[in-house]
Design a protein around this ligand. Structure first.
Ligand code: SAH
Length: 375
């Protein structure tokens, strides 16, 4: 058997066909499985009623699994622009908890965007980010990423709507879990699935993993690329994003240019505005210069302050005043011909910045538990 069976929901259509033939069934059984998994979004084999009981039994005996996600908490923001979900991954073979991840449904005009996690925790240690405090716990399987998507799809459906976009901007660094993330996105775009979200409506966001950007630029997926730039000089960027020591700003900008050249798609630069750290006049000027030769959009994100106790560095990062946010935005707009947008505070009241809901729940659990659980 060449097909891994621990993550049925993460298998591509041709792998499911292969699986069926490996198990002595006609290959169309693989198509039926795909339909159950990705059109009906079944959560277990028992529910796949039009598959012969024999085939379901053979699958189960071969060890086929589809680990689900347990919903721990969901909360709608007061602004009505975001619904956030916290999922538990259940237990591993040794009975240990596998951890928790978040996903957010973002409501914006006609767009319904699924913001998904790629890892439990994150290895990159960005000093301003709540997820970093967990450290790296594990990579998600493609099926666990797809399952987040299915749950958000069901929420959208419940609201009489459908998902239009996917962004890999939840917990984790997607390009450090490249295979599983791209597999999940391929499944989401599969023409015979329920979602059928095209590559043009998908965005992978990276803290600046240059080899991953180059690999994605050669992938047939053709997704949008967002780069969390967040600073305009190497010294500051290395302080707040240690990955910059390995791939400094010049390398990152070169990779962004390559991505555009190969894909013909404008890159998005995400830029988090932190008071007195990244929001200086000189930053606005440098940001315009850095991006001048790269077809791109610039998305300004006012920093979402972490709850006390979540800071991971000695320095406490602050959201700039609205006067400073306006000043930066105006100055940048005057200095660049690129489109500049500013993300509003949708979901700020539900801790929509990555990692924060998870932390609040685990903190609350530890507060009532004699043996605090860490994810
Ligand atoms: N690792 C990937 C994707 C996850 S982070 C990346 O770095 O792009 C998603 C975005 O949220 C990044 O742009 C990050 O800079 C930003 N972010 C993290 N913590 C934040 C906070 N507290 N307030 C505002 N934005 C934050």
């Amino acid at each position: 058997m060449t097909i891994p069976l621990h993550d049925l929901k993460g298998l591509l259509p041709d792998q499911l066909r292969q699986l069926a033939t490996d198990l002595g069934e006609p290959s169309y059984r693989g198509d039926q499985l795909f339909e159950w998994l990705h059109v009906h979004q079944a959560r277990d084999l028992d529910g796949m009623t039009n598959l012969p009981a024999r085939f379901r039994q053979v699958l189960a005996e071969a060890g086929a699994q589809m680990p689900g996600l347990e919903l721990l908490e969901s909360s709608a923001s007061d602004t009505g622009k975001a619904v956030k979900f916290l999922f538990d991954l259940g237990q591993g073979g040794n009975g240990q908890g596998l951890g928790q991840v978040e996903a957010v449904l973002i409501i914006d005009g006609d767009r319904r965007t699924a913001c998904l996690s790629s890892q439990v925790g994150c290895a990159l240690d960005c000093k301003f980010c709540a997820t970093a405090q967990m450290g790296f716990v594990r990579n998600l399987h493609a099926g666990q990423i797809v399952e987040q998507l299915h749950r958000l799809h069901q929420e959208a459906q419940r609201r009489g709507e459908r998902l239009t976009n996917i962004v890999m901007m939840g917990m984790g660094e997607p390009l450090l879990n490249y295979e599983q993330v791209t597999c999940a996105l391929r499944l989401a775009r599969a023409s015979d699935g329920q979602l059928q979200i095209g590559g043009r409506k998908m965005t992978v966001s990276t803290a600046g993993h240059v080899p991953g950007i180059l690999r994605l630029s050669e992938d047939d997926l053709n997704v949008g690329l967002a780069i969390s730039l967040n600073a305009t000089e190497d010294e500051t960027r290395s302080q707040i994003m240690p990955i910059n020591r390995k791939w400094p700003i010049a390398d990152l900008m070169a990779a962004a240019k390559t991505y555009f050249d190969r894909k013909g798609r404008r890159v998005t630069f995400e830029y988090v505005l932190m008071d007195q750290v990244t929001d200086l006049d000189a930053d606005a000027d440098r940001l315009a210069v850095l991006t001048s030769s790269i077809p791109c959009k610039i998305n300004l994100i006012p920093y979402n302050e972490l709850a006390p106790g979540l800071q991971i560095s000695d320095r406490v990062y602050r959201r700039p005043s609205s006067a400073r946010l306006d000043r930066f935005t105006r100055r940048l707009k005057n200095a660049t011909r690129h489109t500049v947008t500013r993300r509003d505070s949708r979901g700020r009241d539900i801790d929509a910045a990555c990692g924060q809901l998870h932390r609040r729940v685990t903190d609350a659990q530890s507060a009532v538990s004699a043996t605090p659980q860490r994810a």
